[in-house]
Design a protein around this ligand. Structure first.
Ligand SMILES: Cc1ncc(COP(=O)(O)O)c(C=O)c1O
Length: 334
């Protein structure tokens, strides 16, 4: 019996394209003069321009259908990639999708409110609700009361799809990635990714323990002003995963590593390094990164290579968590 038979037995709907490729970035790596950067292309998961939420939604939507839901409600910032991928999953499954989007990012250009993910949410047929950050809890309560009053069987997905069920998507991703490293002869000692609502990092950290890997999993904090909040959240979610799937044998303590140095002025505020990294990836590799999440993770990796901190490695892995759909909302940042 393989280590992860417990995972194969959890209900999952195939919503995305997989396995996503693991590709070398030859030109960017040569330009930087450090280890070979291998990109795990989770920007190509397939659900309406892809991204990391697709893997979480495969488990969340299976759970929703099992529970007999006839309507999905989820939450996020106005330019939430999670909201857009949830809208796409709902369209594919024929479920009404309510998105409660809160104004938590101060980006005054009007494109932020209308372009990028907002445009796609509408195109995908989602029902959009907006609120200020302060009013988000009240708006949620009112929306749920209204839907329950109409007799709807609501399945609520937390912001970012970051529940123990959603995080399973990244435990599965780690299993897929390790198989690719073995097949392609890639060193998997360092895995870098953008971290926010913590589900991606939790799934990876949980997987590292179950698979008993040496790899360092490094979350680049893009959301929490205090990085300890992110670390605590990963540990709490991973502990809940362990309670939910006791068949998964943990072989190590949870190893939660977060870098806060690339956070900049706040969530949704691109740094100069992030904008530079996005331009480099676009012009050297023909790749699209985003100003909120994956661009900051790429900026972190580029800086660490430039500082010489990764010279001891032949290969580094960056998980491209997607987000390119928001580029048009940040038109004035470029
Ligand atoms: C493009 C992108 N990358 C990374 C993340 C972070 O993932 P998580 O919320 O699971 O920490 C998100 C989610 O908000 C995202 O949209």
């Amino acid at each position: 019996m393989s280590d992860n038979d417990w995972l194969a037995s959890v209900p999952r709907l195939e919503l995305g394209h997989g396995p996503t490729p693991l590709e070398p970035l030859h030109r960017l790596s040569r330009e930087l003069g450090g280890p070979m950067i291998w990109l795990k292309r989770d920007d190509c998961t397939g659900l309406a321009t892809g991204g990391n939420k697709t893997r979480k939604l495969e488990y969340l939507m299976a759970d929703a259908l099992e529970q007999g839901a006839d309507c999905i409600v989820t939450y996020g910032a106005v330019q939430s990639n999670h909201a857009r991928q949830t809208a796409a999953a709902c369209a594919k499954l024929g479920l009404p999708c309510h998105l409660l989007l809160s104004q938590r990012v101060d980006w005054p250009h009007e494109s932020y409110q209308t372009q990028g993910n907002v445009l796609l949410d509408k195109l995908l047929g989602a029902i959009l609700h907006t609120s200020s950050l302060e009013d988000a809890a009240t708006a949620r309560k009112k929306l749920l009361e209204k839907l329950h009053g109409e007799g709807r069987r609501v399945y609520e997905i937390p912001a970012g799809g970051s529940s123990p069920v959603g995080a399973l998507g990244y435990t599965r991703c780690l299993e897929e990635l390790m198989a690719q490293c073995a097949d392609q002869g890639v060193g998997g000692n360092l895995i870098v990714h953008a971290s926010a609502s913590a589900g991606t990092q939790t799934g990876l950290v949980f997987g590292k323990s179950v698979l008993d890997l040496d790899a360092k999993i490094l979350g680049i904090n893009v959301f929490h002003p205090d990085p300890q909040t992110l670390k605590d959240r990963v540990t709490q979610l991973a502990t809940k995963m362990a309670e939910s799937w006791p068949q998964a044998e943990l072989k190590q303590a949870f190893d939660v590593q977060v870098n806060h140095a690339y956070f900049g002025e706040g969530y949704g505020q691109p740094t100069q390094g992030c904008i530079r990294a996005i331009n480099m990836a676009a012009q050297l590799e023909g790749l699209l990164f985003d100003p909120v999440y994956s661009g900051k993770a790429l900026a972190a990796l580029i800086d660490q290579i430039n500082l010489g901190n990764l010279n001891h490695l032949d290969d580094v892995i960056l998980i491209h968590t997607g987000g390119g759909a928001s580029l048009g909302a940040y038109i004035d940042a470029f």
